[in-house]
Design a binder for this molecule. Structure first.
Ligand code: ATP
Ligand code: MG
Length: 360
């Protein structure tokens, strides 16, 4: 069996630290591991339109931003096919066939969709396209025979929905589609990085992000004004680390090496946490440390991005070439699907012969 990766992002804004630890960092590692036959990354513009159909510029302007962020993080177009969803019409075709295999109540039970409906005030009237985007995501994955999907934990219900569709399709029409597996970050803190405001998820739509392309001063300002433990008012007060985003970011990013370099009074995060819990450790000191850690991680990414920003036409060409390649792969798979569904009338000589005999 081939090992194939598919992941993607909605072009609704620049990419942030949550994308980086939740998925992007892993994609680059997997890309460079040499263990995968093919790697596809989709810029999901059609999916972004399901809740931005009245804001076309947002999607149009952010395709290039997301592409720049990929290249900045080390996605290499020689090894990875980056493509634009709307440029692969076979995805829409497959989505349409998948719609028959999913019920309305199943879509309404999806916990991520439930949260997103609330967030977007879609409770009274949900656009059909939005409610069905998990079905289109199943098409994104299966059109490329992908078996490995590196994502944050908000995507687990989408992968589960895809697996159900794959099972139904294969049961009804014969073994045609590959069953995918989600790959979550090892650290539970990276599976869903909270926002700067302490909200459950750093998200473009909530505007509580450190963007990969933020300038150093902006990052510092954001970190120094981050939400921490609201009851930790004086330095002497004992503090809470569990729901404290500063500590969660440290869990996701800080290594013992960082302690040696920037905060040698502590050997590791456990010691720092113990001191905070006891009391006597101020937020400013920890935030300064976090700032050093994040600056070190993002500095090379920002530098690489600046290089690609000088060659925008080249980046668009990468997207165009990737989209053409993805569409070719999609065409082959759609033919296989249509054969399995017996809607391949013109290539089926037996069918034509049978009907010839019937009437002669
Ligand atoms: P939007 O608000 O437009 O939905 P988003 O910030 O949720 O944007 P997506 O494009 O929906 O980003 O997600 C792309 C990928 O990044 C998914 O695999 C998702 O799991 C992962 N991801 C997004 N936010 C986080 C986060 N805060 N922590 C971990 N992973 C995340
Ligand atoms: Mg999202």
């Amino acid at each position: 069996m081939k090992n194939i990766i598919l992941t993607g992002d909605r072009p609704t804004g620049r990419l942030h630290l949550g994308h980086y630890v939740g998925s992007l960092k892993r994609r680059v590692e997997l890309q460079n591991s040499g263990l995968y036959n093919d790697i596809y990354i989709e810029i999901a513009d059609a999916q972004a339109l399901t809740d931005n159909f009245d804001n076309l510029d947002k999607v149009r302007e952010n395709v290039i931003e997301v592409a720049l962020d990929y290249l900045a993080c080390g996605i290499d177009p020689k090894k990875t096919t980056i493509f634009i969803q709307s440029g692969v019409p076979e995805l829409t075709e497959l989505t349409f066939y998948f719609m028959n295999l999913v019920t309305l109540s199943r879509l309404q039970r999806n916990p991520t969709i439930k949260d997103e409906i609330k967030l977007r005030n879609f409770e009274k009237s949900i656009p059909v396209g939005f409610l069905t985007y998990p079905v289109s995501q199943a098409a994104d994955i299966t059109l490329f025979d992908a078996n490995t999907i590196p994502v944050g934990d908000d995507q687990l219900p989408m992968i589960e929905q895809t697996r159900e569709i794959v099972r139904s399709f294969n049961n009804l029409y014969g073994e045609t589609l590959v069953l995918p597996n989600a790959v979550l970050p090892e650290s539970k803190y990276a599976q869903r990085l909270p926002g700067l405001d302490g909200k459950a998820k750093m998200s473009k739509s909530l505007g509580n992000c450190i963007y990969l392309s933020d300038e150093p001063e902006v990052i510092e300002k954001k970190i120094m004004s981050m939400f921490t433990d609201p009851n930790h008012l004086k330095v002497e007060d004992p503090g809470e680390v569990e729901n404290n985003p500063v500590f969660i970011y440290l869990e996701a990013f800080a290594t013992d090496e960082h302690f040696k370099k920037y905060l040698p009074e502590y050997q590791n995060l456990d010691e720092l946490k113990a001191h905070y819990k006891r009391g006597g450790l101020g937020d400013v000191k920890i935030k300064r440390f976090l700032n050093n850690v994040i600056q070190e991680e993002l500095e090379p990414i920002r530098a690489r991005r600046k290089e690609y920003e000088k060659k925008i036409p080249e980046v668009y060409k990468i997207l165009e070439d990737g989209t053409k390649k993805a569409s070719l792969v999609g065409k082959n798979k759609i033919e296989e699907v249509k054969r399995a569904m017996r809607i391949n009338y013109f290539e089926d000589k037996d069918l034509i012969n049978k009907h010839t005999e019937k009437y002669n």
